[in-house]
Design a protein around this ligand. Structure first.
Ligand SMILES: C[S@@+](CC[C@H](N)C(=O)[O-])C[C@H]1O[C@@H](n2cnc3c(N)ncnc32)[C@H](O)[C@@H]1O
Length: 249
């Protein structure tokens, strides 16, 4: 599955398949079918690797704390967890740092489970059951937009549009955080099982740049078990924010 597949060098055939697959309407419907049949558990979210959840959240917590120490840091009022699954990251990470956390997730079953798991949690805001390709929050809404282990489900052009919309939805000094697998083959790799792609870091950075985002921090998640994809944590801000408030980081 997308999250934690073994990283093998991609063959030319696989790369061509990855590019073609993203251009078909089934790219989204196949992903939906896949996730509709996955149990609403941490193991389901992490492809059988629930035991790495603590390590993952610890790495993210350290990264987020570094972000808050930057010059012109984001505020702590509102974040959104994109492709949130059952709310694992909201529960263990984002709700500890933000006054309110919204959830966006395409699979109704996972949204229901997240609502149950977070019932009575004062920090939890809105639940949006929709694809990130359609998510379009108002401007000046979020201090942090967090997307993790989901962006391989968007086509390159939808990903660029998503980044643009999220950039426009940030509050002053807001940032977008991306935590994703990257391929080591230097090529896009297709996972036919869950209908996602794993991009090389270079392509991910290129799409971010095309979307008008500037990288403020880019760090590797340490201590991931051997044989899994490298995981990068990348903090971004619209380039336009520099000129509008005269800041650099
Ligand atoms: C690997 S799980 C990760 C869940 C969560 N981010 C975490 O780390 O615990 C991927 C999640 O992305 C969701 N997803 C897949 N395609 C999506 C899309 N186009 N828009 C929003 N969510 C999507 C799946 O339903 C699933 O919950």
């Amino acid at each position: 599955m997308e999250t934690l597949s073994v990283d093998e060098n991609a063959s030319n055939e696989k790369i061509k398949d990855a590019i073609k697959a993203q251009e078909t309407p089934e790219f989204y419907s196949d992903a939906q079918k896949y996730w509709d049949n996955i149990p609403a558990t941490n193991d389901g979210m992490l492809g059988g690797f629930a035991h790495i959840s603590k390590l993952d959240v610890g790495g993210s917590d350290t990264f987020l704390k570094l972000i808050f120490k930057m010059k012109n840091p984001p505020g702590h009022s509102r974040a959104v967890d994109c492709g949130a699954g059952i709310g694992r990251i909201t529960k263990h990470l984002l709700s500890r740092h933000f006054g309110k956390v919204d959830i966006v997730e395409q699979c109704q079953n996972f949204v229901d489970q997240a609502k149950e798991a977070l019932k009575g949690h004062k920090k939890v805001g809105e639940f949006y059951c929709q694809g990130l390709q359609d998510f379009n929050p108002p401007s000046d809404t979020y201090d942090v937009v967090w997307s993790q282990w989901v962006l391989g489900h968007l086509t390159d052009s939808h990903l660029e549009d998503f980044f643009r919309r999220m950039g426009a939805a940030l509050k002053p000094n807001g940032v977008i955080v991306v935590k994703e697998n990257v391929s080591s083959s230097g090529e896009v790799e297709l996972d036919e099982e869950d209908s996602s792609v794993t991009r090389p870091e270079k392509l991910l950075l290129q799409i971010m740049d095309q979307a008008g985002l500037r990288v403020l921090k880019n760090t590797k998640q340490n201590k991931m078990p051997n044989g899994l994809y490298e995981v990068r944590m990348i903090c971004l801000r619209p380039k336009s924010a520099d000129s509008s408030n005269g800041t650099t980081v």
